[in-house]
Design a protein around this ligand. Structure first.
Ligand code: TPP
Ligand code: MG
Length: 568
């Protein structure tokens, strides 16, 4: 088949660059793309699978989660400026989560004709002509390009994939107008090769030696990481270094990933333990963490040495970032950890006293390990930790949990067993409403696994649940949502008490704008969207309810379990 339109060329190029999914919310701008998908299919030519998105933020979270699972960027097609605006806070999560994603937005046509060239023929196409459509995402996108001519398309798509996937990964934002999409394609010099994604940087040899030497000589070192476990190799490298150096590991401050098994003796299960370990440390190794500790909870030792390894240790996207760092190393975290472990092994081989010190530390960690999470009473009112105990009883080690539990995130980290890489993921960003779309993306990437979102009730509502659950049915990507329903925004109430301990709100034991007095009937909402829903109020009822929900998942239906929790 000879390609007829630039839209056909666009869709072909996405497939040629390995984009498997095109999350599409169509509008007048996308007609050539919609036609291209069918025409390529009829000609037997490859195209990404198109999945209908009924809300843009949900599909962007899905693409972000797909990246978390695979390291492969997917494409989200949105309708001009309005669709771009509906990407909402998920754009921020992509930035902070360093997720490689491609967003393509239509742009209103340049031409003013009513003919076949795709020009303007509806009033909205003048209204859509805004001065700075990419400005909507400018503070967050890694790279922005407007496709103004058919002959630039191959480079625009090649660059988009290349830039999105290169470390630190991020969003490539493209705009393309309907009349350009209708133009005949320029295939004469079109190429898909030569857009190499840079190999992640290895750490400088001298820096690796300095860090390994410091760890070998340290009295109380600690490893702080938020993302080193993002790959199976990184997870293995964290555990290998922890075993070798007898290092406590903290990676629990930012919402996110499992970096070390919750059963590993080095795992620091909560923020208090993390803050204590960092305050006591003479060597602090920070690997891929944006917020290694809260200054208000940690006082570094005067003699502490801080090493910082990150693909972007300068944190250029954060105007104020002033953690004290003695040696900053620009490198891929997982690779650097493996190199540090290899160097440390060599040092241990050459210096028996260092080997003994590290082995003693590892033994002390094993002796002092908290062991399995605290078990909650099996009956009575539900508590967040009780929900985790119940989940531990019913989910498999390979099931994948998405965490958006906000003030109950510590209960997830402390109470939920996650022992394998990639089995806990999240937005690692500040925009709530990620978990439902994220679950869709995880399920697409890992169709063989069960996917379980643990969310606050507020976060569930931010996730556009009617769209997300409908999309789960449409895409055949069922997931289970466990709502920790404390009837509102606890995270927005506690700071009022914190800043005004003797204030009116604290005295009234409530704060404006934080209580849901007319919350939805969550199981009914689920039922309206093809999902199985259940409400649970007592601990003894939760395990059977979760089992019923998981059975629905196994039968291909999304499920929701609302856990009613009384919290201040
Ligand atoms: C998109 C977005 N809007 C608003 C906020 C501010 N915010 C942070 S936490 C929170 C409340 C979350 O409520 P819920 O998920 O029920 O968790 P809880 O605080 O009850 O633990 C809000 C509104 C945000 N982070 N993201
Ligand atoms: Mg809540």
């Amino acid at each position: 088949m000879k390609l007829k339109t630039t839209a056909e060329h666009l869709v072909s190029l996405l497939a040629a660059h390995g984009v498997e999914y095109l999350f599409l919310n169509p509008g007048t701008d996308t007609a050539p793309v919609q036609e291209a998908v069918y025409s390529l299919a009829e000609a037997g030519l490859p195209a990404p699978t198109v999945l209908l998105s009924t809300f843009e933020s949900v599909s962007l979270a899905a693409a972000h989660a797909y990246w978390n699972m695979t390291g492969r960027p997917q494409a989200v097609f949105v309708h001009v400026d309005a669709g771009t605006q509906n990407l909402g806070a998920m754009v921020h999560n992509v930035l902070r989560g360093r997720a490689g994603v491609i967003v393509i937005a239509g742009k209103t046509p340049y031409g003013e004709d009513d003919g076949p060239s795709g020009g303007r023929n509806r009033p909205i196409q003048w209204q859509q002509d805004v001065p700075d459509q990419p400005g909507i995402v400018r503070g967050y996108a890694k790279w922005i390009q407007e496709i103004t001519r058919p002959e630039m398309l191959d480079r625009a798509i090649g660059r988009a994939v290349q830039v999105a996937a290169s470390s630190p990964a991020g969003m490539a934002y493209l705009t393309v107008s309907r009349d350009v999409l209708m133009d005949p394609p320029r295939l004469d010099h079109s190429r898909v090769s030569g857009f190499a994604v840079p190999v992640p940087a290895a750490a400088d040899k001298g820096a690796v030696t300095r860090i390994a030497t410091a760890l070998a000589g340290a009295e109380a070192p600690v490893l702080v990481t938020s993302r080193a476990g993002r790959t199976a190799e990184g997870f293995a490298a964290v555990e290998a270094l922890a075993d070798l150096a007898g290092l406590p590991v903290t990676g629990r401050l930012e919402t996110g990933l499992v970096n070390i098994s919750s059963r590993h003796p080095s795992n620091l299960p909560n923020q208090a333990a993390a803050a204590a370990a960092i305050s006591a440390a003479d060597v602090v190794l920070v690997v891929e963490s944006d917020v290694p500790w809260l200054p208000g909870t940690v006082t570094l030792r005067a003699d502490a040495q801080v090493f910082h390894v990150d693909p972007d240790p300068a944190k250029a996207s954060m105007p104020l970032w002033s953690y004290p760092v003695d040696l900053a190393v620009q490198a891929d975290g997982p690779a650097a950890l493996a190199a540090i472990a290899a160097e440390l092994k060599a040092i241990a081989g050459a210096r028996p006293e260092a080997a003994k010190r590290m082995a003693d530390r590892a033994a002390r960690l094993r002796d002092g390990a908290a062991g399995r999470p605290r078990q909650e009473p099996p009956a009575g009112p539900l508590t967040p930790l009780g929900v985790m105990s119940a989940l531990n009883q019913v989910i498999d080690p390979e099931d994948i949990v998405i965490e958006e539990a906000v003030t109950n995130a510590p209960a997830v980290y402390e109470g939920l067993e996650r022992t394998r890489p990639g089995t806990l993921t999240g937005s690692t960003g500040p925009g709530l409403g990620w978990a439902l779309g994220g679950s869709l993306g995880v399920k697409l990437a890992r169709p063989d696994r069960r996917v379980i979102a643990v969310t606050g009730d507020g976060s569930f509502l931010f996730g556009v649940p009617t769209s997300a659950l409908t999309m789960a049915a449409e895409w055949e990507t069922p997931f289970l949502t466990v709502i920790l329903n404390n009837k509102g925004y606890r995270a927005s109430r506690l700071p009022v008490y914190g800043l005004f301990p003797d204030g009116v709100s604290a005295r009234r034991k409530t704060a404006v704008g934080t209580r849901f007095t007319s919350a939805p009937d969550y199981p009914a909402l689920a039922a309206a969207c093809h999902a199985r829903g259940e409400r649970v109020e007592r601990a003894e009822d939760l395990v059977p309810a979760l089992r019923r929900a998981l059975a629905a998942l196994d039968a291909g239906q999304a499920a929701l379990v609302e856990c009613v929790i009384e919290q201040d």
